[in-house]
Write a protein that binds this ligand. Structure first.
Ligand code: NAD
Length: 282
């Protein structure tokens, strides 16, 4: 069994982004800029935004966080996004999810200029992903693809089972895998017999938010298991969706939680923002 070290790979990607940012500054006088919109006081959202701001600073980006109370109106959020759409110093706009229940998330995401949609959630970019055109791709699934690439894991013709079908994780993951010519099965909470699908997969990619959902008997010998889940359990520690202790010995490769997909998500956000900033000179 080999561990896929997301932390080390993320550091490598971030160092590469920092070098390119320096070049962009020297040669074109461009400093990539990221705007984060944070609504309410959900501690997890605050922690993620803090990590993202720190990472931006580390690679030399300009970054601003618009923090708003959860009583804010939808129109005020839209006005802030439009301001960022028109701000030439901003290359990427990220609205930290989840949003309060009085806000229509789909509507908000559609207001972001697709050229600044570094989270890849806008329907325009999702459509381009599905049709296999160059676009901004959701950071978490993009990070998983980087892991496959870094560890020379070929996807062509492989049976891949994606567990979880959300717009931000499972669906873009499945599109990327399909674009890479894997045979993809997408499963979700209403799937009748999850084990029947996972146990014949060469690769399982799981992102559902249920600790230990994937157990030993659901994984075939020599499979590759990518765990996107992040769950905080009673003792305060973070675990994924895979019963790592019992599953790992059966795997050819497996990602740990923490230190797996999580750090790659941030690295891909930086990489997407850099890509957007480079677009200023095209
Ligand atoms: P979500 O609630 O929007 O979607 C969950 C998906 O899992 C749904 O498609 C649902 O049908 C499916 N599901 C739920 N229970 C299931 C079950 N018992 N069997 C099969 N399918 C089941 O969640 P999300 O936003 O997609 O996030 C999923 C997980 O990924 C969470 O743990 C989240 O914290 C984590 N996540 C991690 C990163 C990262 O950077 N590593 C990024 C985003 C989300």
């Amino acid at each position: 069994m080999q561990l896929i070290d997301g932390k080390a790979l993320s550091n490598k990607v971030q160092a590469n982004v920092a070098t390119k940012v320096e070049q962009l500054k020297q040669e074109k006088n461009i400093v990539p800029g990221l705007a984060v919109i944070l609504i309410g006081d959900d501690p997890a959202s605050h922690a993620y935004v803090k990590m993202k701001a720190k990472a931006c600073e580390k690679v030399g980006f300009y970054s601003i966080t618009h923090s708003m109370p959860d009583t804010i109106s939808q129109d005020e959020i839209i006005a802030t996004i439009e301001m960022m759409n028109n701000n030439p110093r901003i290359d990427g706009i990220l609205v930290q999810l989840p949003l309060p229940s009085h806000v229509d998330t789909d509507k908000i995401l559609e207001v972001i200029d697709p050229k600044k949609d570094v989270d890849g959630f806008h329907a325009y970019n999702v459509g381009r992903l599905v049709t296999n055109l160059d676009t901004f791709v959701a950071c978490t699934p993009l990070g998983v693809m980087k892991m496959f690439e870094a560890y020379d894991i070929s996807l062509k013709g492989k049976d891949v089972c994606v567990v979880g079908a959300s717009n931000i994780v499972g669906k873009p993951m499945a599109s990327l895998l399909l674009n890479a010519e894997a045979t993809v099965t997408i499963t979700h909470i209403h799937t009748k017999d999850l084990k029947a699908h996972t146990s014949r997969a060469d690769i399982i990619v799981v992102g559902v938010g249920v600790p230990k959902l994937i157990t030993e008997e659901m994984v075939k010998e020599g499979a590759i298991v990518i765990d996107i889940g992040i769950n905080r359990i009673e003792d305060g520690s973070l675990v994924g969706d895979v019963d790592f202790e019992n599953v790992s010995s059966k795997c050819a490769y497996i990602t740990p939680v923490p230190g797996g997909v999580g750090p790659m998500t941030i690295a891909m956000l930086l990489s997407n923002t850099l890509k957007s900033a480079k677009g200023r000179i095209i």
